[in-house]
Every structure is written in C-alpha cells, then in structure tokens.
Design a binder for this molecule. Structure first.
Ligand SMILES: [Fe+2]
Ligand SMILES: [Fe+2]
Length: 134
C-alpha cells in the first residue's frame, strides 16, 4: 500500500481536525509496517486498538465542533462515522478471533474510506465554518 500519508488536498481549513486526520494516517502507516513486517499478533492488536481509539476520539471531537457550529450536515456525518466505527470494530474482532494476518487490502479499505470521507464530507464543514467567520 502506498501513499498512506495525508495530502495537502485533504485540508479542511480547520487546523485541529487536519491534525487529527494526519494522525489517523500515521496510525495506518504504523499498522502497515507491523502487518508487512510480520510483527507479532500483540503488536498488530495494539496498533488496531490505538487506531480504533483514535478515530473514535476524532469523530467525537468533530461532532462536538459541528454541533456547536450548528452545521446542518451533522446527522449525515454521524451516520458515516458510525459506519466506519462498526467496520473497524468488526475488523478488530475478526483479527482477535484468529485471522492469520492483517491483509493490506483491509488497510487500503480504511485509508480509502477515510480519504473519501474527508474529501466528500469533512471539507463541507470546512467551507461552512470558513463562511461563518465571514
Ligand atoms: Fe467526519
Ligand atoms: Fe474527520
């Protein structure tokens, strides 16, 4: 899996959220390193837990921000976030049940979903918040 890193084009204009997004890409890159490097299951399990905890933290903070701003797309954001959280949960469960490896295709899925979510959804609140500042 290549180009796991955050790109300038992902910028929402909200610095704190951009930082969170970057950090989630870092977690995926670390997981890729662990999965590709045949690291022990415990290392991968810990990495999955960290990515899971972090993305939940990010979604919570993002939803708080949007709620405070009165952003009309909040409920759609919440639905998408819930979907992603459930995917990550499923992935963690199937891995800890003993799937032999963490396929790179899974990490690609997480990365692609997250990238598209930033581009198609998160950027919208960036514009909205920028317009509120006048
Ligand atoms: Fe979001
Ligand atoms: Fe986000």
């Amino acid at each position: 899996m290549s180009s796991l890193t955050w790109k300038d084009g992902f910028r929402t204009g909200i610095e704190e959220m951009d930082k969170h997004h970057k950090k989630f890409f870092d977690y995926l890159a670390k997981l890729e390193g662990a999965a590709g490097g045949n690291r022990g299951r415990d290392v991968i399990e810990r990495g999955l837990k960290m990515a899971d905890d972090y993305v939940r933290y990010h979604f919570t903070e993002e939803e708080k921000l949007l709620e405070n701003a009165g952003f009309s797309g909040l409920s759609h954001q919440k639905k998408e976030h819930e979907f992603f959280v459930s995917q990550v949960k499923e992935l963690r469960e199937s891995y800890s049940k003993g799937d032999a490896c963490l396929p790179i295709s899974t990490l690609v899925f997480l990365r692609d979903w997250f990238s598209h979510h930033i581009l198609d959804e998160d950027k919208k609140y960036g514009e909205f918040l920028a317009s509120m500042k006048g």
